[in-house]
Design a protein around this ligand. Sequence first.
Ligand code: NAD
Length: 355
Amino acid sequence: MRSLLVTGGAGFIGANFVAFWTRRHPASRVTVLDLLTYAGNRANLDGVAADLVVGDICDFELVARLIAEREVDTIVHFAAESHVDRSILGPDAFVRTNVVGTHTLLKAARQAWLGEKPRPHRFHHVSTDEVYGTLAPDDPAFRETTPYAPNSPYSASKAASDHLVRAYHHTYGLQTTTSNCSNNYGPFQFPEKLIPLFLLNALHGRPLPIYGDGMQVRDWLHVEDHCLGIALVLERGRVGETYNIGGGAELPNMAVIDTLCALVDQAFAADPSLGVRFPEAPAAQGQPTASLKTHVADRPGHDRRYAIDCSKLTRELGYAPRHDFASGLRATIDWYLAHEAWWRSVLDGSYRKAA
Ligand code: NAD
């Protein structure tokens, strides 16, 4: 594996993956293809050994040219519209990027790698556990064989892309792998997702809007563990297979929120300078962060429970998550506290000007 094309590598998981991969494989050449939508941020790649090409995965000519010119032998495909709430408000962009974009990449990969002179290659597709639908409290966790039952426009578009990847393997022999992972958290996550949104709201004394009763259950995966799982699949995974990647931390949202609130309170108690930096935070005024918790109407069609069985990845490739949830969340809070300039530029939109 010498030359990687990482789509969506300026987004949350993609940027973490590029940093992870280049530390693990310093000899690899990495090209990031990213459209720098609202979710993409050039600054996420600062100090990382990768070339950023700003462009669209739906642009066949561009993708074909990059594969040829850079002798790409591995595509790691993260680029997507990724936020469920946005998919409910406007599904079209999800169909375009997640379905048409994935198909464009597959077409270009097939042309480049399976033409007159077939070349060793790998197409790795990054997907989600949301394609499996929702679980009742006592249902067994999702396995790779669980039938697909996507419930949101986001998960339906990801499911469609998974099927296209599968079809390109079975029909044309493209050397594909797919991973389906649970909810990620960690550095560089855009503050529309639960953990960074609630943390930044807590620092500014704004309400923490909890959907419905807050008892929706998710498995939480530290982004570095996700990157490890993908790296193992790229290095030793079986072609044509799918692998679930989980964090072993199945928790109701309310437990995540309560842990986050407690960790913020502890951080303020341990470091008085935080009260000076963030005077609007309840923790700066001797109040518990949990006093900001506010219930709001539930998301339409909100899946109740996801749980992921990643024993196939453990059994075949030796995967084990390195972060437990409490310490991973503490480290994530510390990262946001230490990278105020990063999230302020996201909140005030100035990161877009750098694009
Ligand atoms: P993100 O929204 O943070 O980043 C997506 C990136 O894709 C951005 O940099 C954006 O600019 C880029 N992009 C969007 N449209 C593009 C296009 N047409 N052409 C080129 N680039 C484009 O997403 P993320 O959270 O980093 O997720 C990455 C992948 O992981 C996605 O495929 C997502 O479905 C999957 N996933 C995410 C999670 C999670 O918890 N975040 C969980 C399971 C699966």
